[in-house]
Design a protein around this ligand. Structure first.
Ligand SMILES: *[C@@H]1O[C@H](CO)[C@@H](O)[C@H](O)[C@H]1NC(C)=O
Ligand SMILES: *[C@@H]1O[C@H](CO)[C@@H](O)[C@H](O)[C@H]1NC(C)=O
Length: 385
C-alpha cells in the first residue's frame, strides 16, 4: 500500500517535471477574516451597562442573570449586523415609575434567543394598580423590538409579568418571532394587570409571529398604526385578554393595514375573539385581512366585532366610511357556544355598503351570545347574529 502510494506520487512528480510543487500541498490554512469572533458574557447589576457598551464588539452577547438597574433600559438597540443575543437565567429590572422601555433590541440579521430555563421577569406587580397606561403609577413599557431587519429572529423567549404593554414591534422588516411566551396571568388577581398588550405592531413589514402564548389583560395582538405589509400571527394561544385585533386604525400619520393573516390560533377566556376597529371620522385602509382557522372559547363580550365606529371605545355613534374594510376573509372559525350569554356573537357596523366590500365569510360558527340589534350596512355574505 505504501509502495503503491509512493509510486503514484513519484509518477505525478514525473509528469509535472518542470512545475513547482503545487501550492495546495504546502500552503497554511487560509486565514479567515476574523471579525468580532468574541462571545461576551455579562452578568449581575453591571451587566446591562457593559452589554450596551460592548454591543458592537461582540458577535455573541450572553446575558446571564442580569439585574438591570431601576430606570434604565437594557439597551441593545445598536447591535452590529448578525449579532446573536442569548438570555440565560433570570433577567430582572429595578423599580421606578418611568416610561421605559425595559429592554430594547435593534439591528440587522439579529438572532435573539433564550437558553433553557431562562426568564425575563418584569415583576409587574410592583406597578400594577388596575389602571394600566390610563393612570396611576407611570409604568415602563417592556420590550421595544424596533428596527429589527434583514431576517432577524427572536426564538423561545420567556417573558413574565410586564408592568404594562409587553412587545412593541415598530420599524421592523423581515422579523420572525417563534415560540415566545408572555405570561402576565398573575395580573388577573384583583384585576390589577391592565393594558398588558401582548404584541403591538406599528409600521412594519414581513413579520411572522409563530407559536406565541399570551396570557394577559388586553389585546393579544394589535396591529394598530402605520403601514403594514404581510404580517402573520399563527399557531398562537391568546388567553385572558382582548383577542386578535386590527386597530384601532385611523388618526395617525400612516393608517394603512394591508395583508395581515391570523392563522390557526386559539383565543380563550377573552373579552373578544376577533376585532377590527376603524376609528370613526378618520381616513385609512384595512385591506386583505384574513382570519382563518381560529378557535374561540369563553368569550365574554364579542365573538367577532368589525366596526367602523370605534371611538376610544367600541360601537360609538354612527359608523363612518373613511376607513374602508376591503377583501376581508373570515373563514373556518370554530366557536360554537363560545360566547357568554350576555355577549354578542357577531357584530358588524359599516358606514355604507361601499365601505365594506369584497368580503369572504364562510364556515363561521360563533354562538352562545345575543344578537346585536344595531348592525349597519352588513355585507350580504355575513350576518349580524
Ligand atoms: C370548517 O372549519 C373547521 C375548523 O377550522 C375545519 O376543521 C373544517 O374542515 C372546515 N370545514 C370546511 C367545510 O371547510
Ligand atoms: C378553510 O379550511 C378549508 C378546509 O381546510 C381550506 O380548504 C380553506 O382554504 C380554508 N380557508 C382559508 C381562508 O384558508
Amino acid at each position: 500500500m505504501v509502495a503503491f502510494t509512493l509510486s503514484l506520487l513519484l509518477a505525478s512528480l514525473a509528469v509535472s517535471t518542470s512545475a513547482t510543487p503545487t501550492p495546495e500541498i504546502t500552503a497554511a490554512p487560509k486565514a479567515e477574516v476574523v471579525k468580532r469572533a468574541t462571545s461576551c458574557t455579562f452578568s449581575g447589576s453591571t451587566g446591562a451597562a457593559s452589554a450596551s457598551k460592548s454591543a458592537t464588539s461582540c458577535a455573541t452577547i450572553v446575558l446571564n442573570n442580569v439585574a438591570v438597574p431601576s430606570g434604565t433600559t437594557l439597551d441593545l438597540s445598536g447591535l452590529a449586523d448578525d449579532t446573536t443575543v442569548i438570555f440565560q437565567g433570570t433577567t430582572t429590572w429595578g423599580y421606578k415609575e418611568w416610561a421605559g422601555p425595559l429592554l430594547s433590541i435593534g439591528g440587522k440579521g439579529i438572532k435573539v434567543s433564550g437558553a433553557s430555563g431562562h426568564v425575563l421577569n418584569g415583576d409587574g406587580a410592583r406597578w400594577w394598580d388596575g389602571e394600566g397606561s390610563n393612570g396611576g403609577k407611570t409604568k415602563p413599557k417592556f420590550f421595544a423590538a424596533h428596527s429589527l431587519t434583514g431576517g432577524s429572529t427572536i426564538t423561545n423567549l420567556n417573558i413574565k409579568n410586564t408592568p404594562v404593554q409587553a412587545i412593541s414591534i415598530a420599524g421592523c422588516d423581515s422579523l420572525t418571532i417563534t415560540g415566545m411566551t408572555i405570561d402576565d396571568s398573575d395580573g388577573d388577581s384583583g384585576s390589577l394587570g391592565h393594558n398588558t398588550d401582548g404584541f403591538d405592531i406599528g409600521t412594519s413589514n414581513n413579520i411572522v409571529i409563530d407559536g406565541a402564548k399570551v396570557y394577559n389583560q388586553d389585546d393579544c395582538v394589535a396591529i394598530n398604526s402605520g403601514t403594514h405589509k404581510s404580517i402573520t400571527f399563527q399557531n398562537g394561544l391568546c388567553s385572558g385578554g382582548h383577542g386578535l385585533s386590527i386597530g384601532s386604525v385611523g388618526g395617525r400619520s400612516d393608517n394603512t393595514v394591508d395583508t395581515v393573516t391570523f392563522y390557526n390560533n386559539q383565543v380563550t377566556k377573552s373579552v373578544n375573539g376577533i376585532r377590527i376597529k376603524a376609528s370613526v371620522g378618520d381616513t385609512g385602509t384595512i385591506n386583505k385581512v384574513t382570519y382563518n382557522k381560529i378557535t374561540l372559547s369563553s368569550i365574554s363580550k364579542y365573538g367577532i366585532l368589525i366596526e367602523q365606529n370605534y371611538d376610544g371605545g367600541d360601537l360609538k355613534g354612527t359608523a363612518g366610511t373613511g376607513i374602508p374594510i376591503t377583501a376581508l376573509t373570515i373563514e373556518n372559525i370554530t366557536g360554537t357556544g363560545a360566547v357568554s350569554s350576555s355577549g354578542y356573537d357577531v357584530v358588524v357596523t359599516c358606514g355604507s355598503s361601499s365601505s365594506c366590500t369584497g368580503w369572504t365569510w364562510s364556515n363561521v360558527s360563533v354562538t352562545g351570545g345575543k344578537t346585536y340589534g344595531s348592525c349597519t350596512n352588513v355585507p350580504s355574505v355575513t350576518k349580524c347574529s
